[in-house]
Design a protein around this ligand. Structure first.
Ligand code: PEP
Ligand code: MN
Length: 337
């Protein structure tokens, strides 16, 4: 940390600050400029007390971090790109992985029809919510264990890997038994106890961006996964809440180059929650692929008009097959497979 002292600070006040820095376990290094004195506090912030309290001292102008607050997710922590192996499907490698399926698991026919269709079109991972984080308690909350069992059946029949969401720490072990990736939803993106519980299962974790989450906060939330000995973390942009009402959320594609620059972890784009409109999904996918996304998470339903959740944003089976065809030149142009 760098502590900038107020101009015209007395020697006595300066000594008091230096004494406090030492008391907190750091070594102060004084740098005298023409107008101001700046003190570098040397020591590992993880093992020492927080210096930010010095911001409240009248002698102190401001306390500034010199290092990024996110450490394990940062590029500095890991040379090259991390990859996540999901049942042999590498996320973050040359191949862009497609995760597709319904918003919610509704019944066997709906799930299996979708699973076979998305597999035929080229998806490698099946999505489907068994526990749904609904805004209203009066809306469909998901089939729970029955939904997990249907996902397991779909995996057995198609060979697709499974991604599904967990809503609470208590569900972590159970969902990990059935799912190959644990999805942390936007509404739970800063539920740190849930992140820790998901990390501790050892299963890959897909961390959605929260509805009003800053990128630094998202990276710090991801830190909870890596810090709990789980290296298999993916970030997933799914749109943020803005003033715009034309779309459900504002899909922030700038997160692709930003996460690529700041972190070694793969970045996944969810254009379905992102736009909230099926007619925008194809264009959003093309943009995401061109910008370097490692995977796409797309909602597909045999009959979106009758879906039990998120009907407006789900592609039909035919729409998904067409999307997969249309993406091919974009995938090739991006140097991916
Ligand atoms: C979903 O994937 O269906 C979902 C609820 O996502 P999010 O957490 O991004 O809203
Ligand atoms: Mn959904």
């Amino acid at each position: 940390m760098i502590i900038v002292l107020k101009p015209d600070i007395s020697k006595k006040d300066e000594l008091a600050v230096l004494k406090e820095i030492k008391k907190l376990g750091y070594k102060p290094h004084v740098m005298r400029g023409v107008e101001r004195t700046v003190v570098g506090a040397i020591g590992d912030e993880r093992t020492h007390q927080n210096l930010e309290a010095l911001n409240t001292w009248p002698q102190v102008e401001k306390v500034m971090p010199v290092q990024k607050r996110y450490k394990l997710t940062s590029r500095e922590a890991h040379k090259g790109n991390s990859t996540v192996n999901v049942c042999g499907n590498i996320i973050g490698g040359k191949k862009i992985q497609i995760m597709a399926g319904p918003c919610s698991v509704e019944d066997e026919k709906q799930l299996l029809t979708t699973a076979h269709a998305v597999k035929k079109a080229g998806a490698t991972i099946l999505r489907g919510g068994a526990y749904k984080p609904r805004t209203s308690p009066y809306e469909f909350q998901g089939l729970g264990v029955k939904g997990l069992k249907l996902l397991a059946k779909a995996r057995k029949e198609t060979g697709l890997a499974i991604i599904t969401e967990l809503l609470s720490e208590q569900q972590a072990e159970l969902v990990a038994e059935y799912s190959d990736i644990l999805q942390i939803g936007a509404r739970n993106a800063q539920n740190f106890q849930l992140l820790i519980a998901a990390a501790k299962t050892g299963k890959p974790v897909l961390l959605k961006r929260g509805l009003s989450m800053r990128i630094e906060e998202w990276l710090l939330a991801g830190e909870y996964v890596l810090a709990n000995d789980n290296a298999n973390l993916m970030f997933c942009e799914r749109g943020i809440r803005t003033f715009e009402t034309y779309t459900r959320n504002t899909l922030d594609l700038s997160t692709i180059p930003i996460i690529k620059k700041e972190s070694h972890c793969p970045i996944v784009i969810d254009p379905s929650q992102g736009a909230g409109r099926s007619d925008l999904v194809v264009a959003m996918c093309k943009g995401a692929v061109a910008m370097g996304a490692d995977a796409l998470l797309i909602e597909v339903h045999p009959n979106p008009a009758e879906a039990w959740s998120d009907g407006a944003q789900q592609l039909t089976i035919e729409g998904f097959a067409k999307l997969m065809e249309e993406l091919k030149p974009f995938i090739a142009a991006a140097g991916r497979e």
